[in-house]
Write a protein that binds this ligand. Structure first.
Ligand SMILES: [Mg+2]
Length: 369
């Protein structure tokens, strides 16, 4: 099989309620920047990364796919995806300016598309190709009712509805200018959902270490399951200090671009729940390595879902280290087989591929130039 063409795309898909915010970002659309890889066998691979829908940055990723990676891949066999990843990552002129950011997110989109082709060629869903079992029903936790832009009443009402809908875990955003505001909201949500539902909090890397320690020492009062991205996402020693200073587990990883970065956090004892995201890390290929690395340290993995679960559901089903997966339903309308939760757990996808195949009308409705 040979790769004959790469067609990059940019989609901007409206988020729930058309506007959401956390401590660091306010958005109206989720950016889905990716590529359709065509082959001479007629198989088409779909891959993408997730962005905040900022056009100028999305165009950099799209152009990187078209100008940097497409010339490397044309004529190659897509099934040799691990070696192709090495070739693209180590291409001297790209590596010199890359290894993180735009080049790594573009590489992620391409790598996912190649795994999609590989699974379609094997006529099996990606989880099966990766060694997963049909009986694995991954627990979902819901993030899409916990935004900082919601009023206290909306937050509490939304939390109740998610629990009534079968979710056994929810995550709320914190990181207000006044942390007392966050503590009040955490207490209200815990009271509303009862003691048996997992409650996670996410500061989106907005606080300094003293603030994070002060807030972190209060979280055990409400049995918070993990404290996500409390401080600057690259600060290894700061997270290690926080881990030693509080009783609540620390979660991070969604903004890390390399397996080495995960190694630094894990070896420093700076993380409890490891949260790689294939769409930032360079694709399925390195994400599997990051999950293996966490597993070798006996740390639980809960993938971050900038792909809105389509790809990570496969990784989570396939890898025993993955215990839960985030649920945010913004892109469900775009895919032929959207990730689906019933009774608080993900259904096991059945179609061959990585569940990334877009409906034709998604490209028509949401494409931007
Ligand atoms: Mg997060």
């Amino acid at each position: 099989m040979k790769i004959t063409q790469l067609n990059p795309f940019i989609l901007h898909v409206p988020v729930t309620g058309n506007r959401i915010a956390d401590s660091s970002n306010r958005i109206t659309h989720w950016g889905t920047v990716g590529v359709i890889v065509e082959t001479d066998a007629g198989l088409r691979g779909f891959g993408y990364t997730g962005t905040l829908g900022y056009g100028p940055a999305d165009r950099l990723i799209r152009d990187c796919i078209a100008d940097c990676y497409a010339p490397i891949l044309l004529g190659k066999d897509p099934l040799g995806v691990r070696h192709l990843w090495q070739t693209m990552f180590n291409f001297p002129g790209i590596r010199w300016v890359g290894r993180a950011g735009v080049t790594q997110m573009a590489l992620a989109a391409v790598d996912v598309a190649l795994w999609d082709i590989k699974a379609k060629a094997a006529e099996m869903p990606l989880w099966k190709l990766l060694g997963g079992s049909e009986t694995e029903r991954i627990e979902a936790y819901n993030t899409d009712g916990g935004w900082l832009s919601l009023s206290d009443d909306e937050l509490v009402e939304g939390a109740k509805q998610m629990v009534e809908g079968g979710f056994r875990g929810i995550k709320i955003k914190i990181g207000s200018p006044d942390p007392g505001n966050d503590l009040r909201r955490i207490e209200a949500v815990r009271h509303a959902i009862g003691a048996d539902v997992k409650l996670m909090v996410d500061a989106n890397a907005c606080w300094d270490l003293p603030t994070a320690i002060r807030v972190g020492r209060r979280l055990a009062d409400w049995d918070v399951f993990w404290f996500e991205e409390p401080i600057c996402c690259d600060d290894v020693s700061g997270h290690a200090t926080l881990v030693r200073s509080t009783d609540t587990a620390v979660a991070l990883g969604e903004q890390l671009y390399s397996v080495d970065a995960f190694r630094h956090f894990i070896e420093a004892g700076a993380v409890h729940f490891v949260q790689p995201d294939a769409t930032r890390l360079g694709g399925v290929t390195p994400c599997w390595q990051a999950i293996d690395l966490a597993a070798s340290h006996r740390l639980p993995v809960v993938c971050h879902a900038a792909d809105m679960m389509q790809i990570h559901q496969h990784l989570s089903i396939a890898h025993p280290a993955c215990t839960m997966l985030e649920y945010i339903p913004w892109l469900r309308q775009c895919f032929e087989e959207p990730a689906t939760v019933e009774g608080g757990r993900f259904l096991v996808p059945q179609m061959p591929g990585a569940a990334t195949t877009l409906k034709p009308d998604a490209l028509e409705r949401f494409a931007v130039s």
